[in-house]
Write a protein that binds this ligand. Sequence first.
Ligand SMILES: [Zn+2]
Length: 215
Amino acid sequence: MIRESALTPDTAAYRKVVPAGNYWIHTVRKGQTFRILDLEGNQAADTLFYSAADPAERYSAVDTVRAQRNVYLTVGTKLMSTEGNPMLEITADTVGRHDTLGGACATESNTVRYALEKKTMHACRDSYLLAVTENEGFGLTKRDITHNINFFMNVPVTPDGGLTFEDGLSAPGKYVEMLALMDVIVLISNCPQLNNPCNGYNPTPIEVLVWDAAA
Ligand SMILES: [Zn+2]
């Protein structure tokens, strides 16, 4: 579902451009609104969420799909935790569909999906591992890198139950926005994948914006 936000970037409390292939880790507080902006279009933002109070509680794709009875994410989707608690709710979306089935790219999956010599190419899982290693204060380790959301990524489920990586529905200036329902650690890998159309074969920057709760 397409719904535009009433928030404007000039009122954001925080703004940061994340270059293609980089990660971003940040705590978003309960009541804050968080936006991921696809600056140049057709870019995938591979995203993980953790409870800031206890990172062992984290985003659960299984519980999210079950709770909303839909495999795609958009306005109205509550992102559920492994403890069955709503972590965030998508409140605005100018793309209309986001994936949580395809998983983050990894060097291992690149070798299976594409070719053995893709093993050394930069992948989202590498960015996640670098993020948790360089930011020990968040209390995350390798074992916390679990199932994610691919914002802006178009991964339709085929009639026979397969998954396909299709050309993105996103475009320059499109965004997805969500309200934090608890204090959450957000970890994004701005996907460096070059072997499928998720980034239009040309990874580009995203911008993340955070607004404080309305007074
Ligand atoms: Zn990726």
